[in-house]
Design a protein around this ligand. Structure first.
Ligand SMILES: C[S@@+](CC[C@H](N)C(=O)[O-])C[C@H]1O[C@@H](n2cnc3c(N)ncnc32)[C@H](O)[C@@H]1O
Length: 269
């Protein structure tokens, strides 16, 4: 049974990572829904992945889940909008604990069609097909409610001018809202593109990197609320349970700020 027909192979990379880490390190991250989806993955879905690449993927969810939870606790009735949501299972990880959140997931039409087949229709969840850069999705989100936009594993594939103008458009559509997204440093892009070539997905090379988060936030007319690196908790919690090379890569990523999550306030225009 192929529930994922029509879905690009790159989409499986983060799901494979959530499954692998949920099995290996459930004390750090556990995603029940991702584990349920394992039988539907193509045989070669894990091609090219490593313990480090899985940890790098999952550390995004680990940190972003905490940021989403903090936002929802501060704003008990709010919107959380995942743009380029892919096969994200955040709703399944958090909906039960955050009953006042209206969840949205936007992605390209093929992906939303697959999501609807896989997940069905659920309460307080809206799926929106379309190109997120065209902003049509914003009409379905009530901007009078506190809103958090979450963009995970997406911007890297675009060019800086597209990302900056997209964030500026979000400022207009959601004045005062907040946004979180992950970014790789320009040096980090070199390593990541090497990894992507190993998976054989040369069409998924990355172009957009950030070295100075504050300057980038300013360029977009936004305020940098937080800049967090990925691995402090994972290193503390898992320590020597991680392979030596994984630990070394994580420590290097921390020291050189190769990957981070930016948290912005979209200031009033
Ligand atoms: C690497 S996946 C990340 C998926 C998910 N956010 C996660 O972290 O698991 C990138 C996603 O961005 C989506 N995407 C790419 N371009 C898009 C666009 N112009 N509009 C909406 N989604 C887009 C892809 O379809 C894919 O689902």
């Amino acid at each position: 049974m192929n529930k994922f027909e029509g879905v690009a192979n790159t989409l499986f990379v983060p799901l494979v990572a959530r499954i692998a880490v949920s099995k290996e390190f459930p004390e750090y991250f556990y995603d029940k829904k991702a584990l349920e989806l394992e039988p539907y993955l193509p045989d070669d879905a894990a091609k090219g992945s490593s313990q480090y690449s899985n940890m790098a993927s999952v550390a995004r969810y680990y940190n972003m889940d905490r940021m989403v939870t903090a936002f929802a606790k501060d704003h008990p009735e709010c919107n959380v909008v995942y743009l380029g949501a892919g096969l994200e299972t955040a709703y399944d990880r958090m909906h039960g604990k955050l009953p006042g959140v209206n969840w949205f997931e936007a992605d390209l039409p093929d992906v939303i069609e697959a999501r609807r087949k896989v997940f069905g229709q659920r309460e307080r969840e809206t799926t929106i097909p379309g190109d997120m850069f065209r902003m049509e999705w914003s009409k379905q989100v009530d901007n009078s409610l506190p809103t958090l936009l979450v963009i995970s594993g997406v911007f890297q594939y675009f060019h800086e001018e597209d990302v900056v103008s997209f964030i500026q458009n979000c400022r207009v559509a959601f004045p005062g809202a907040e946004m979180i997204f992950d970014a790789t440093s320009r040096f980090g892009l070199l390593y990541t593109n090497w990894f992507i070539k190993r998976t054989g997905n040369t069409s998924a090379l990355m172009y957009f990197g950030i070295d100075d988060c504050k300057a980038f936030a300013k360029k977009c007319g936004t305020v940098l609320l937080e800049e967090r690196t990925f691995f402090p908790d994972a290193l503390k919690m898992l320590g020597k349970k991680l392979k030596f090379m994984t630990r070394l890569s994580m420590k290097t990523a921390e020291r050189r700020k190769l990957v981070m999550i930016l948290h912005l306030r979209l200031s009033q225009v």
